[in-house]
Design a protein around this ligand. Sequence first.
Ligand code: ADP
Length: 629
Amino acid sequence: MEQKQFQAESKRMLDLMIHSIYTHKEIFLRELISNASDAIDKLYFRSLTDEKVGIAPDDFRIMLIPDKDKRTLTITDNGIGMTAEELEQNLGVIAHSGSLAFKTENAGNDTTDIIGQFGVGFYSAFMVAKCVTVRTRAYGSDTAYEWRSEGAEGYTIDTCEKASVGTEIILELLEDTDDEKYSDFLEEFRLRSLVKKYSDYIRFPVCMEVTHEHLKEGTEDEYESHTELETLNSRTPLWKKNKNELTDEDYNRFYREKFFDYTPPLFHIHSRSEGMVTYNSLLYVPAKAPYDYYSKDFEKGLQLYASGVMIMDKCADLLPDHFSFVRGIVDSEDLSLNISREMLQHDRQLKTIAKAVEKSIRNELTKLLKTDRAKYVEFWKAFGIQLKFGVYNGFGVNEDQLQDLLLFQSSADDAADAYTTLAEYVSRMREDQKYIYYAAGESVARCAALPAAELVRDKGMEVLYLTENVDEFALKMIASYSEKEFKNVSAGDLGLESEEDKTALEEKNNAAKALFEEMQKALEGKVKAVRLSSRLKSHPVCISSDGQLSLEMEKVLNTMPTGEKVQAERVLELNPEHPIFAKLEALLTENPAQLASYAELLYQQALLMEGLPVEDPVAFSKLICDLMV
Ligand code: ADP
């Protein structure tokens, strides 16, 4: 019998296959089952209209037959089969997919990974088998053929006996090595779990004969066994079922089993789209962040299926970072099983799906916020910070879409659950109110206690309390909402005074010029200016900032591991109504040395109130003691 050579390209592919790393080899089964399913599909449709096919719809199936004695795994199907020409064409070359060239060109040294992740169809059999035999009889043909190959050497084709139409593929498994236990693929549990993992939603049954042992009736230690044909796959995926047929319990059970999360999800979104791309999706928003969610180990992504076959466990391109907590599945008939990761990234259809996924999550969250505030707050507590990061990291791209999903704690009594949206804040704004005010600090209590927050509240205006590091950065990104700018109560002009008030303060400031110069000298390098404040009510002093960088932002930036330190432009502000101010004025002429100590002390106090550390606690303490004595 003549030995035929593989085409050059196929040879290279074989080589890659054989050297693929072991952990990826298991996908050979997925590939062969998918091929079998495709072949059955072709005959199945025919059988619906053509009685001559002679196979009842329920009798189409794929069989897995492990044989430990012979060390073979056989995969059979009663599909359309192949003629001699088809055998030659389909299994002699890898011309149809065209993906090899792309894969090897783009993958650099990492081809093994790509093959493992995506597979290359039939050839993956050589990752686990030293010899592959394909026996096939095409529908409508009386002759069956046997294709046989031991890999790189080439293949033979011969006629053979085969009673029924269809294909059987016999894999003679490679010898086990220390690291690679190919005989595992003969174990029932292993085959069962591989079918579950990759081929659970193949629409034809994938069956295996399994042996059950049980006590012989009437005995206590004698066992008997019987074999039974078991279907290993669940066939119709939940996401392909009709919504009306499914209960919340069905969805929750599926979530639990699929994602190993025992806390029921907050909600799910199940949809089918038939526009530019046809796909089904089933998305879940978990109730709690997984333990590693806020660590760098966390990998976002949705499971991606091509016609019921899983091709990727975590497809990151399907989820924007701000929704990285979403879990779920996308299954599209328009994606090819053999698409590589690189191709996927540029795939237009995938991009279309990703966009639609993002939108549907956003819409669902918007709806939840409107209809079930308590549940939304629950969501917010788990993942709200991710949305704020989304606003911040999107450099202005996401803010329009996300700003109405943000919640903030606030000083308003009627903010539901102590949280408010920006729209709600604006609806409560006083007519003459120019800004959306916020105070930033490590806790709500801390923010509320800021002297400037007190003043704004006293004027009957609401203050947002920002307690997360990212908060102020996110607001800076949004810049304004409903044409109202955000204003940090501890920075710049709060816009609360009339022109007359301003002029009066200006005059007082001018009058105390000498005092401020003296104090600033004492605080050389620490503050940019000392001045009278319009933001103080009961406190004598506070620190504010000029410029874009607030004190809170300074704190946050300085905790980052970049090493670079930043400093906000600090201003020491004094309350002109407070007796301390009169005292300072008196000291200017009576005791300039003590004035310097007072300036230092007031500055350190102001730092403390802002939640900033005093610069030198020992010196600070000594200063107080000196004054006390
Ligand atoms: P792909 O499935 O991507 O086309 P494969 O290398 O897996 O690539 O298979 C090549 C071709 O061989 C298939 O397109 C199909 O025509 C044929 N083939 C493979 N397995 C079977 C089978 N079990 N029954 C019938 N035809 C098959």
